[in-house]
Design a binder for this molecule. Structure first.
Ligand code: NIG
Ligand code: FE
Length: 420
């Protein structure tokens, strides 16, 4: 029997999507948020069954007989859970020593050239046991759920050998099974050229194409493929070859582009039907025009700009041009050592001039589309999963969420009907 849980006295039930278009919100629509004040929400098992005005709930003694549990939300706000569509949450250790190099003036590219960066993480992942990787990643997943993340994408890409990439992807699979969270898995073998292939990069790309992709696809270990298509990492041509191979095995692209340089990666992603193109710090008007003609979702990662002190992606310009927008954390030890999406939306409002509502839609409704969870997650709707957040009593309006940066505004996290 499915447990019947009734949440009553919700101050404001926010992000009700019955009236929204059945696609990502774009342009001016991104500033829309539908809500119901003084509301109830009825959940059976893991699913939202109904919601409505408290005044329509009827006689309270009857109500008590009809439900297994009744939770008094005490006038606090309820919003859809956050969806983090871009993370590298599986890694063996932090890289705070590189942070100090950065503070002393070294750039991300310079650190990478000195054997730091992704290659540093790869060395450590290769040495780590599968259990060690699993438990440390699990702790981080638990950490981000406390900040309101109810679903996420996780990339491989710190393995950089067949064996270690498979190890990372098995860890992601185990996280899915163990946490029961909706998690999508992305193969990012093309994250960097491993040291041993420094003088023979084609051999590594061959390994990705002829061995890694088929093995991973045959074992069902990834849903998507990613490439770090940027200066100093993978060229347009290399990216194209990898995407062509991956698509044949049913792995849809979501790629890293235009973080270090604007190299045409956006257009390449669009041409390969990428579900998202991520980063976009250096894009220009041409890329915005190309995105407007496509279904590829632009994803920005404001924590990376903050942490690396590089330009922020032109998110305001993108929305004003009519684009949809997704925001993600990029949680990783090198360029975004935080998976707190509440901080990401503070940055998006302060530095990218988004409104609090636009930023919230970018990590909920639109982010659900970015992970193909739009039928299950991202908003309050009958039939969707009961994955939502009860905010703390300080929150009296949505502006408060990005405003009160650095603190956790989430009091309770409900994932698939389960109160965490
Ligand atoms: O998304 N840009 C490429 N990959 C990560 C960084 C990974 C790292 O430095 O470990 C990113 O920023
Ligand atoms: Fe990334």
């Amino acid at each position: 029997m499915k447990k019947k849980n009734l949440f009553i006295n919700i101050g404001s039930l926010i992000g009700i999507s019955d009236g929204y278009p059945k696609r990502p919100l774009k342009g001016a629509e991104m500033n829309r948020i539908d809500k119901l004040d003084n509301a109830f929400l009825y959940v059976a098992g893991d699913t939202i069954v109904d919601y409505g005005d408290m005044n329509d709930l009827g006689n309270i003694s009857e109500i008590y007989n009809n439900y297994d549990n009744i939770y008094d939300v005490k006038n606090q706000f309820v919003i859809p859970g956050f969806i983090d569509s871009h993370t590298h949450i599986v890694f063996a250790s932090w890289r705070e020593e590189e942070f100090i190099m950065k503070l002393q003036g070294c750039s991300y590219e310079e650190i990478a050239k000195k054997g730091g960066g992704i290659l540093n993480s790869a060395k450590k992942v290769q040495l780590a046991s599968e259990d060690e990787l699993f438990y440390t990643a699990l702790m981080r997943v638990n950490e981000v759920t406390n900040y309101g993340t109810v679903a996420l994408e996780i990339k491989s890409g710190y393995g950089l050998s067949l064996e270690s990439e498979l190890k990372m992807l098995r860890v992601i699979k185990k996280l899915k099974e163990y946490t029961k969270l909706p998690i999508k898995s992305t193969f990012l073998g093309a994250h960097a050229i491993p040291m041993e292939y420094k003088d023979n990069r084609n051999a590594y790309i061959d390994l990705i194409i002829s061995k890694m992709i088929p093995d991973i696809a045959n074992q069902g270990l990834a849903e998507y493929v990613d490439v770090f298509c940027d200066e100093g990492f993978f060229t347009l041509e290399e990216t194209e070859n990898i995407l062509n191979a991956a698509v044949k095995f049913g792995l849809r692209p979501r790629i890293h582009v235009s973080e270090m340089s604007n190299n045409g990666g956006v257009q390449l992603g669009i041409a390969h039907n990428a579900i998202t193109v991520d980063h976009l710090e250096r894009i220009e008007d041409e890329e915005i025009s190309a995105l407007l003609l496509s279904k590829t979702l632009p994803t920005v990662l404001p924590q990376v700009s903050f942490f690396l002190k590089i330009p922020f992606a032109p998110a305001r310009k993108m929305i004003d041009a009519g684009l949809p927008l997704v925001i993600a954390s990029d949680y990783n030890p090198g360029t975004s050592p935080s998976g707190n999406l509440q901080f990401a939306i503070s940055l998006a409002t302060i530095y990218q001039k988004l409104t609090p509502i636009e930023a919230l839609n970018a990590i909920t409704y639109n982010a659900a589309h970015a992970l193909e969870y739009e039928n299950q997650l991202g908003s309050i709707q009958r039939g969707k999963k009961a994955s939502f957040l009860i905010l703390n009593s300080n929150v009296k309006n949505l502006d408060f969420i990005p405003y009160h940066f650095g603190s956790n505004k989430v009091e309770k996290v409900i994932i698939n009907g389960e109160i965490r």
